[in-house]
Design a protein around this ligand. Structure first.
Ligand code: AP5
Ligand code: MG
Length: 238
């Protein structure tokens, strides 16, 4: 684990099923920084029937986006936790132009303030085509206890339906039904594509071919993080 320096923040963008969660867990382990998945935090709130969960449940079930103000407040609260001090990985955030603008301001105000190197986020967009997304999401299984992500076709558990780590019964996400997946993809095109443009215009975007094997994608992301971190240390303009 590479845990002595500040990393990122790293922002993972990409359509549903692109592999954001899979890659975020690999990066988190490698650099010892937390994965902050807005989808996972929302699903946890739904499971616990919190006030936020009650507001989000139906929206998520339809494959639409939870309102910006609710998600931004949730992210602000998580980013103030002590484990984010050395860096963090955002998985599934920002997802609208408004969230991206909010994050820029939050990073300036609360994350970069007083730091020696004026960091910029390392924004990585995973590119995967439509048919592969449908194939991946149809086969996805997740562990409700440890969060490990499997695929019934390409990356199955050793014992069918049972988590290798902790023996929990694997689950299929409710929003992985085909009609909901189509809506999530539509929402991605309409509302999240502008976020990619936002970072491209700021010259911060790195695009990675998400169609390759998990290990190859992880290697490519490592290269990008190393390259971007050196650039920031040399004081490259953002
Ligand atoms: P969220 O949980 O973020 O879902 P998503 O963005 O649709 O992305 P997924 O989690 O489905 O895919 P992934 O890219 O993480 O892929 P994974 O690694 O699992 O959001 C859910 C909902 O929450 C939203 O619809 C919205 O309602 C709400 N929400 C969340 N954030 C929000 C925000 N910021 N604002 C408003 N609302 C928000 O991989 C998928 C499958 O592929 C797995 O089976 C995996 O094993 C397999 N796989 C991964 N990589 C590879 C590979 N390289 N080769 C082959 N198979 C692979
Ligand atoms: Mg995910």
């Amino acid at each position: 684990m590479d845990s002595d320096r500040e990393i990122g923040p790293i922002i993972l963008l990409g359509p549903p099923g692109a592999g954001k969660g899979t890659q975020a867990k690999i990066i988190a382990k490698r650099y010892g920084i937390p994965q902050i998945s807005t989808g996972d935090i929302l699903r946890d709130n739904v499971a616990r029937s919190t006030e936020l969960g009650l507001q989000a449940k139906a929206i998520m079930g339809r494959g639409e986006l939870v309102p910006d103000n609710l998600v931004c407040d949730m992210v602000a609260s998580r980013l103030r936790d002590a484990d984010c001090e050395r860096g963090f990985i955002l998985d599934g955030f920002p997802r609208t132009a408004a969230q991206a603008g909010w994050l820029d301001a939050f990073l300036e105000r609360e994350v970069y303030k007083g730091k020696e190197h004026c960091g910029v986020p390392i924004v990585i967009s995973l590119k995967v085509d439509y048919n592969e997304i449908l194939r991946r999401l149809a086969g996805r299984r997740s562990c409700p206890t440890c969060g490990r992500i499997y695929n019934a076709n390409s990356n199955p558990a050793h014992v069918r339906g049972v988590c290798d780590n902790d023996g929990s019964q694997l689950i299929v996400r409710k929003d992985d039904q085909e009609d909901v997946v189509r809506e999530r993809l539509r929402v991605y095109e309409n509302q999240t594509r502008p976020v990619i443009d936002h970072y491209r215009e700021k010259d911060r975007l790195y695009e990675v071919d998400g169609l390759r094997d998990v290990e190859e994608v992880a290697q490519k992301i490592n290269d990008v993080v190393a390259q971007a971190t050196v650039a920031v240390r040399k004081g490259a303009p953002s």
